[in-house]
Design a protein. Structure first.
Length: 437
């Protein structure tokens, strides 16, 4: 996980105050000043105790996340580095293309001034707030709240009440901006390839994604669907975690087919509403995509056993999995509550990517609050780029992903429920959030 709390032209006290607010993202912290930049870094060591920051020939870099292909890049550029942060410092000094970086990351660095960027999907976030010549930078909005009296942006709040924040590019607070993701091509040119060859190459790229993200002792967030089931069967994980329901939407039979290692299940009964919604709001400072208290509960459970978790997020967005709504008018899809809102002129696919960004914000907060890191094999850059280049008929309703998954037919052909939220409607959740901000 890790976290960044920084100030440009500010004080050490401000940086450390922000860091204290996000302290759950790691287990230790340090503060460093480089010229006009002061950074407090919250560190959760995953593979060894990688020092932060890392300095190379005048470049000083802080990395929250993981460069999953750093060893491959070392081989490509004939670089000797001990870890991904060391490699990244070399990469930035030599002005190598940022698009070559795979994985999930938020990066802050000093090289002839302060610069920052995040991975192309927004798995990791950085938020900024400018006050004259001073700029605050933090991995979570709650850090900024420690040094700035943030005011709610009512236009953004209107969007939250209309679309569950999916269409809001930044946050519900005035002046708080999200550091842009790296640019990438979501609509590559379609290639001509037979289905068998496409399946073989996609399977090989998925195997590489698994290898890049493998961590001994990790766990899997497991529903009864293809995405998480595929990950559970690919990683030799010690643990898997699921949510089961009492309202007739249980997926437990499919979950049993996917389960590896020790499996723990949270039962979403009526007692949930007395505990988890309020706890969730403590973690979720960037309102996105609706109620997520079951995500909080399962992360709390997983944190008792794991430091790294795997998520199947991205499978539906890449492989056209939201078939239940593709035949609906897009503004009917965007409108998630009873609130009236403006009309949007976007495609279903564009909306999928916006929705994914919201999901990733939620998962970051749930993991961070419980001092864990979440990894996303289905969002490996090479895997996604190739998948999106395939003919649409290969992707429809996740056809090719299902075929390479190797899962039981009951899972492949079953209806996925996912981590639903049985105790709140969307309207009830937005009202709850407003009352507890």
């Amino acid at each position: 996980m890790c976290g960044i709390a920084a100030v440009i032209n500010g004080t050490r006290e401000e940086s450390e105050s922000m860091a204290y607010a996000i302290r759950r993202r790691g287990i230790n912290a340090n503060t460093t000043t480089v010229n006009e930049l002061t950074v407090s870094f919250i560190h959760l060591p995953i593979v060894g105790d990688v020092p932060q920051p890392c300095t190379y020939r005048g470049v000083t870099v802080w990395l929250n996340g993981f460069i999953s292909n750093w060893k491959e890049l070392c081989t490509k550029y004939q670089v000797i580095a001990q870890n991904d942060t060391e490699y990244l410092a070399w990469h930035l000094f030599h002005n190598k293309p940022l698009s070559a970086l795979n994985g999930f990351f938020a990066v802050l660095y000093h090289k002839d001034g302060v610069k920052m960027f995040t991975d192309r999907y927004g798995i990791k976030q950085l938020y900024t707030y400018e006050d004259g010549e001073k700029m605050y930078v933090c991995s979570e909005v709650k850090g900024l709240k420690q040094v700035v009296d943030l005011k709610v942006n009512f236009d953004a709040m209107e969007d939250w009440e209309y679309s569950l924040g999916v269409m809001t590019p930044d946050t519900i607070y005035n002046g708080v901006k999200r550091v842009p993701c790296l640019e990438w091509n979501r609509t590559p040119k379609k290639i001509e390839v037979c289905y068998e060859d496409a399946s073989l190459k996609l399977s090989n790229l998925y195997s590489k994604a698994v290898q890049r993200n493998q961590y001994d002792g990790g766990g899997v967030y497991l529903s009864g669907g293809v995405d998480s089931g595929m990950i559970a069967s690919s990683f030799d994980s010690e643990y898997s975690f699921s949510v089961d329901y009492l309202d007739g939407t249980s997926e437990i039979d499919n979950i049993k087919l996917n389960s590896n290692g020790l499996h723990y299940t949270v039962i979403a009964n009526d007692d949930f509403t007395g505990i988890y919604p309020t706890e969730t709001i403590k973690a979720l400072d960037d309102l996105k995509v609706g109620s997520c208290y079951t995500n909080f509960a399962i992360a709390e459970l997983a944190s008792k056993f794991c430091k790294v978790m795997y998520s199947g997020a991205g499978g539906d967005e890449v492989f056209n999995g939201y078939t239940h709504r593709y035949d609906k008018p897009i503004n009917e899809v965007i409108k998630r509550t009873e609130k009236d809102g403006k009309q949007y002129d976007i495609t279903h696919k564009e909306y999928d990517w916006l929705y994914l960004k919201g999901i990733l914000v939620v998962e970051d907060r749930m993991s961070g609050y419980h001092t864990m890191e979440t990894r996303y094999p289905l969002l490996d850059n090479d895997f996604v780029d190739y998948a999106l280049s395939l003919p649409n008929e290969y992707l429809e309703n996740k056809r090719i992903l299902k075929d390479i998954s190797g899962l039981h037919p009951d899972v492949v052909n079953g209806k996925k429920q996912g981590f639903s939220n049985p105790h709140f409607t969307n309207d009830e959740w937005t009202k709850f959030c407003k009352n507890n901000l």
